[in-house]
Design a protein around this ligand. Structure first.
Ligand code: KIV
Ligand code: ZN
Length: 528
């Protein structure tokens, strides 16, 4: 018995958490992460107690393969899973990537609904044979095999039951039931799992999993209903990252099970105090910010601004709070330090916020902290977090050294900008439609590139007119996608630095990665 099946056999109320941020999340257009970022997120997922990490789709590209392999080689506690279509070559590639994990898993799938069967143009019998062959092949390589009938919730019941039985007979240890297009409703979700467990031959030998998409906003409810129906693995992503409306959000299902244990007597092994930190990291590296009123991890999720709420909160926090901010790792917004705080105080604050930085990085953050403290009256934890997230490294080829923007009611606006390019200062003046447009035009005038701006986003880090703005810029050039982020009390300066951070990454990528590398040669929907 593999360790995942074992865990549930030992404790029937235990729900395994299968995180697919690095596969289903990362494959959503624009959410591409760098190799180092994928390793970092995998490490955070492992540390927070995720049971299974779906680290990628190894056949999709050389980059995906390398990432899954390295995550597997570094794995500690979690099972590491690689996705494969119903092809022996896909499965071999996935096995090659995960085989050195402490606990490896192969996840193979095929679309079983009438619409999906039509794509490879297979009859029901031909597809059934393919399932038997590919699951057998996977199981000959690995004793932990997950099989998914993609679009299960729109597959005819008789055919679904038949192919699930075939997969179990061929050796699958987990059967995942995806609601690929976010179509199902909670009553159906519970009933489908209940019926599979009751009627499928061999059901008692496998774990049933639920994998929901959020197109109708029901992914969390559907996942929890599936657990009621007997599923013991929830597939989810941090912040609900995923294409279209996203996947089930890990933080939502985990906290729902924790807070409502009275009516849902199930538990996970997730250390919920790590939720906020990983949520912020995923938002940063994916370039997909979290909406302010998002459950659990939104900026406003624990804010009680209305007068009545505040009054109640002061008397008794439980009046309006069903969980404590500390349960998800959120510290009270606190005044950190002022301009007289030293390096040691900063190091201890960083540690408290979960950032383990080396001496060089500390020195860099300290310089930027001092400059911020000179400009901003009060420096909060969120400001310190933003300083850490802001990119910029000694080896960067491009660095902003001066920026003055002239703006007002009369267009055009103009930007006078100096940038260090490979150690040499270059100056330019450019005009544009607004201060940011003028600044970006100036940068483009100094660094020749054909990158397309895919995303430009501004967020205030804290309240007040002296708040820092965090700007995210995503660029795409010949299939290479890069994200840059920076924070400053001046939104235009933050914008310039974020753009330059993205360009620095692009320059590195041009050297290291072939054109088109971020556009996988194969997408998991190309089921042929
Ligand atoms: O949504 C889906 O069907 C998937 C499968 C590959 C499991 O992500
Ligand atoms: Zn999916």
């Amino acid at each position: 018995m593999n360790p995942d099946t074992n865990a549930v056999a030992r404790e029937p109320q235990r729900v395994l958490i299968f995180d697919t941020t690095l596969r289903d999340g990362e494959q959503s257009p624009g959410a591409t992460m760098s190799h180092a970022e994928k390793l970092e997120i995998a490490e955070l997922l492992d540390a927070m107690g995720v049971d299974i990490i779906e680290a990628g789709f190894p056949i999709a590209s050389e980059g995906d393969f390398r990432a899954v392999k390295e995550i597997a080689e570094r794995s500690r506690r979690a099972t590491i899973c690689g996705l494969a279509r119903a092809h022996p070559t896909d499965i071999d590639r996935a096995w090659e990537a995960v085989r050195h994990a402490t606990s490896p898993r192969i996840h193979t799938f095929i679309g079983t609904s009438p619409l999906h069967r039509a794509i490879p143009n297979l009859t029901q019998d031909e597809m059934a044979d393919r399932i038997h062959q590919t699951v057998t092949h996977a199981r000959n390589l690995c004793d932990n095999v997950q099989w998914s009938p993609m679009d299960a919730t729109r597959t005819e019941w008789d055919y679904l039951r038949r192919v699930v039985e075939i997969a179990i007979r061929a050796g699958a240890t987990t059967i995942n039931i995806p609601d690929t297009v976010g179509y199902t409703a909670p009553v159906e979700s519970a009933e489908l799992i209940r019926r599979l467990i009751a009627e499928v031959e061999g059901a008692e030998d496998v774990i049933f999993a639920t994998h929901c998409h959020d197109d109708l906003g029901m992914a969390t409810a559907n996942s929890l209903a599936a657990v009621e129906g007997g599923a013991r693995q929830i597939e989810c992503t941090i912040n609900g990252l995923g294409e279209r409306a996203g996947n089930t959000a890990l933080e939502e299902v985990v906290m729902a099970l924790k807070v409502r244990g009275d009516i849902m007597p199930f538990h996970t092994e997730i250390d919920t105090t790590r939720i906020m930190n990983i949520s912020r990291r995923v938002a940063t590296v994916s370039g997909f910010p979290v909406q302010f009123n998002k459950a659990i991890v939104g900026k406003n999720a624990f804010a009680h601004e209305s007068g009545i709420h505040q009054d109640g909160m002061l008397k008794n926090a439980e009046t309006f709070e069903i969980m404590r901010p500390a349960d998800v790792g959120l510290k009270e917004t606190s005044l950190v330090m002022g301009k007289h705080s030293g390096r040691a105080a900063l190091r201890s604050k960083l540690k408290e916020l979960g950032h383990d930085v080396g001496d060089n990085q500390l020195q860099d953050i300290f310089v930027r902290f001092k400059s911020l403290a000179d400009r901003k009256k009060e420096v909060y934890d969120e400001d310190i977090d933003a300083l850490v997230r802001a990119q910029g490294a000694a080896e960067d080829a491009l660095e902003l050294t001066f920026l003055r923007v002239i703006c007002g009611t009369e267009a055009p606006q103009s930007a006078d900008l100096t940038m260090r390019v490979d150690g040499e200062d270059r100056q330019i003046t450019a005009q544009g439609d607004g201060p940011v447009d003028a600044t970006f035009a100036a940068i483009k005038g100094l660094v020749d590139h054909s990158a397309r701006l895919q995303l430009y986003q501004v967020h205030a880090v804290t309240e007040g007119t002296d708040a820092q703005a965090t700007v995210t810029v995503r660029l795409e050039e010949s299939g290479r996608i890069v994200t840059g982020q920076s924070s400053d009390t001046d939104t235009v300066v933050a914008s310039a630095k974020a753009y330059i951070a993205a360009l620095n990454r692009l320059l590195v990528k041009r050297r290291l990665v072939p054109e088109g590398s971020d556009t996988p040669e194969i997408n998991y929907r190309d089921v042929v």
